[in-house]
Write a protein that binds this ligand. Structure first.
Ligand code: FEO
Ligand code: CA
Ligand code: CA
Length: 723
């Protein structure tokens, strides 16, 4: 997501007590997590035959020469770059794969720079603004050379989409033409396409594959879980509340152990408008009031409109009841959506049990047979929360994905994703934390009220709690975070990492909370008032460059955890006193966003960090400034001392290396490697003037119509990435 579609309003107006603890207190509590990590390292290394040694504090150190060797990154950190090209280390190649507009079946039209898009062409071609993605093997033998690629198309660049006609029609006022709206709707959503690597190492889309399809912001989808069939989601489209149309602003991705793709609805509220009779959740989530982001609702009444396809974006009540209008349409958005990539005709399912908010993404926790399956997710808005879903169903290994098999994976999803407990995270200043249940009958701390009662709901109204997930988390005392983006899990230790991208509304310790007018209804519930002062887990006021946090739980279903800050972002213009991880020209980064734990051999792995800084080469950020990028670090190779503010610190920061840099104005997001680790897939979103050839590293000469694209990074010698 670029700043273009970020919502900078402060929408959480709760009064959760800030943990008035800045740097000093955070540093003093580091010992808690260190003890836990020491134990983790012993277990991990013991099972893989490595040796490690403990120092005086009883912890296991992995970073010193005389200790067990951590896996080494076998590339030199590359310099920052500001050009219209992807930059990778020497010896690596980078190929453009499936950029926006690539036909994925016979219904598309071959891309050309002056191609005029229609709804039909766009519905049969890769969508715009690639974001999260994942791979699904068709066979175990060829899992690294041929698979189904599912990727999110988060939002659109209207200038690029409508370039041949000089831009969109009536972008800011007046009615949008119906076919322009349909085309834009079809440029959003998810692209599913088989891709394959040939003998020369070149990747291409397998256009005739039976899996290929687009899911757009108009595709019929099921609602499932607590909200399905409830009065909250009755619409003229489906008065039974069991289905809706479309998924929107799909940002980060996830996957399930049973072989389905999770696509996550993030900045969807701005495509809807509601001018009256606004619900509390309309306010909290930021439904637009005057004109939607692209004005899709203005095409309503077009003679070609079918089944309210445009009217549904205006949630202002117009009928006698919810079954006659679209007042509840926004309540059918804000979910984790499960897609079976193997079954072209299967309908995607909105899994409402995982909460309703601006979901960045969704990541499975460590899998343990006989224990619940857990999923972590974050709400990417300022001062919003981190969540965890714990399934009621216990994990059976027989449910694991069978590559290419033809069976009902969504029925397995029904068992794990429709019934369970949703929690929000409270990070305490002493390095511990607790998962707070968002259950209707949970008691609100400090009160004699149940959560349902405090929200003004009927007793036991689980659907109502989900609809009001954020308000429920307020009431239970969750910790407001610096915009949670991607998470990832070390599958061996179970440690969870999450990026907190930045937060310019994070204020100094002791700052008085402020009211906002939008808060009136929330305030009436007693959960009102702004809270953005620093807390232990988000210790920087005006956190311009973000940080990465890490936590660990005794087991996946537990409700307690220990946490620490893994690394703080910084840029060349950062006040040295705020460069807490001591970054330098080799690894400066800001606004961490994409994140992936790349599990390698011997219980070790690589933590890949991608950035979304939202600046351009024209910004004056100093000589070491760089475009958005991909960095790598082996977590087992870095450990903080008792007084270090983060795990990456002055003694070990050289272990954090810059691996790739994207073209001007882009963000780099979406990441995985093939199982054999010979190809790293990343996405380049909203580049300004790129790509010009299939070689992603070629510097664009002149002007091109920009296209978001997947980029495949490989070693020229065919070896494993980064090692
Ligand atoms: Fe779509 Fe939070 O990035
Ligand atoms: Ca993101
Ligand atoms: Ca971002």
């Amino acid at each position: 997501m670029s700043e273009e579609i970020e919502d900078h309003r402060l929408l959480n107006t709760s009064d959760n007590e800030p943990f008035s603890s800045v740097l000093e207190r955070r540093v003093s509590r580091r010992g808690v997590m260190r003890g836990g990590l020491g134990m983790a390292a012993v277990g991990m290394l013991g099972s893989f035959g490595l040796t490690a040694c403990s120092d005086d504090d009883g912890n296991v150190d992995l970073g010193d020469d005389d200790m067990a060797a951590a896996m080494a990154l076998a590339f030199e950190s590359i310099a920052g770059s500001q050009q219209d090209a992807v930059v990778v280390p020497p010896g690596y190649t980078a190929q453009v794969l499936m950029p926006w507009g690539t036909p994925i079946n016979g219904g598309g039209t071959e891309w050309r720079p002056d191609l005029s898009f229609t709804p039909q062409i766009q519905a049969n071609s890769a969508g715009m603004h690639h974001d999260g993605m994942y791979h699904f093997p068709i066979s175990e033998e060829n899992a690294s050379s041929e698979f189904i690629l599912a990727l999110n198309n988060e939002y659109i660049d209207q200038g690029a989409l409508w370039a041949p006609q000089g831009g969109p029609t009536n972008a800011g006022e007046g009615a949008r033409p119906a076919d322009e709206v349909r085309t834009e709707i079809n440029a959003h959503g998810v692209t599913v396409a088989q891709v394959a690597r040939d003998a020369d190492g070149r990747w291409s889309v397998s256009r005739s594959a039976p899996y290929n399809r687009r899911l757009t912001s108009a595709t019929p989808m099921k609602l499932s879980g607590p909200v399905a069939g409830s009065p909250y989601v009755v619409t003229a489209y489906d008065p039974t509340g069991m289905s809706t149309r479309g998924t929107n602003n799909n940002c980060a991705s996830g996957y399930t152990p049973w072989g389905t793709y999770l696509t996550c609805e993030e900045n969807w509220p701005a495509v809807f408008i509601k001018n009256s009779d606004r619900y509390m959740d309309d306010e909290r989530l930021g439904i637009s009031t005057e004109r939607g982001r692209y004005g899709w609702e203005t095409a309503a009444g077009d003679p070609t409109e079918t089944d309210g396809e445009f009217a549904r974006f205006n949630a202002t009540p117009s009928g006698a009841s919810a079954a006659e209008d679209y007042r509840n349409e926004p309540r059918t958005f804000g979910y984790i959506v499960e897609v079976d990539p193997y079954t072209q005709q299967s309908r995607a399912v909105k899994r409402t049990a995982l909460g309703r908010f601006r979901h960045e993404g969704c990541w499975p926790g460590k899998l343990v047979p006989g224990e619940p399956v857990v999923f972590y997710s974050g709400h990417d808005s300022r001062n919003e929360y981190i969540y965890k879903f714990v399934s009621t169903e216990l994990w059976r290994e027989t449910d694991a994905n069978m590559a290419g098999g033809s069976y009902d994976r969504l029925a397995i999803g029904d068992r794990y994703l429709d019934d369970g407990t949703l929690y929000a995270a409270r990070f305490d200043a002493d390095g511990n934390g607790e998962w707070l249940p968002l259950e209707p009958d949970a008691m609100v701390p400090g009160t004699a009220q149940t959560l349902a009662a405090a929200l003004g709901l009927e007793a036991g109204d689980r659907a109502g709690v989900i609809i009001h997930t954020c308000d429920a988390a307020d009431l239970m005392g969750a910790t407001p975070m610096d915009r949670p983006e991607w998470g990832t899990v070390d599958p061996v230790s179970g440690e969870v990492y999450m990026t907190l991208t930045n937060n310019s509304d994070r204020t100094e310790e002791g700052t008085e909370p402020t009211f906002t007018e939008d808060a009136s209804e929330v305030e009436a519930l007693g959960a009102a008032y702004a809270t953005a002062p620093v807390n232990a887990a988000n210790p920087k006021p005006e956190n311009a460059h973000g940080h990465v946090i890490r936590w660990r739980e005794p087991s996946p279903g537990e409700t307690t955890f220990e946490w620490e800050i893994f690394v703080f972002g910084a840029m060349p213009d950062t006040d040295p006193a705020r460069n807490l991880s001591n970054l330098n020209a080799e690894n400066y980064f800001s606004s961490p966003d994409g994140l992936w734990y790349d599990n390698r051999d011997d219980g070790q792995g690589i933590l890949w960090i991608q950035t979304d800084t939202g600046t351009t080469p024209e910004d004056d950020n100093g000589p070491d400034f760089t475009n958005d990028q991909v960095l790598a670090v082996v977590p087992q190779g870095v450990q903080a001392g008792a007084d270090d503010p983060s795990v990456v610190n002055s003694a070990n920061q050289t272990q954090l290396k810059r691996f790739a840099v994207g073209p001007n104005d882009c963000e780099v997001t979406g990441i995985f490697a093939t199982p054999d680790k010979t190809a790293l897939f990343i996405n380049i979103q909203h580049p300004a003037n790129w790509p010009s050839t299939e070689d992603a590293t070629a510097v664009t000469e002149g002007d091109v119509r920009p296209r978001a694209s997947t980029v495949v990074i490989q070693k020229a010698d065919g070896g494993q990435i980064a090692v």
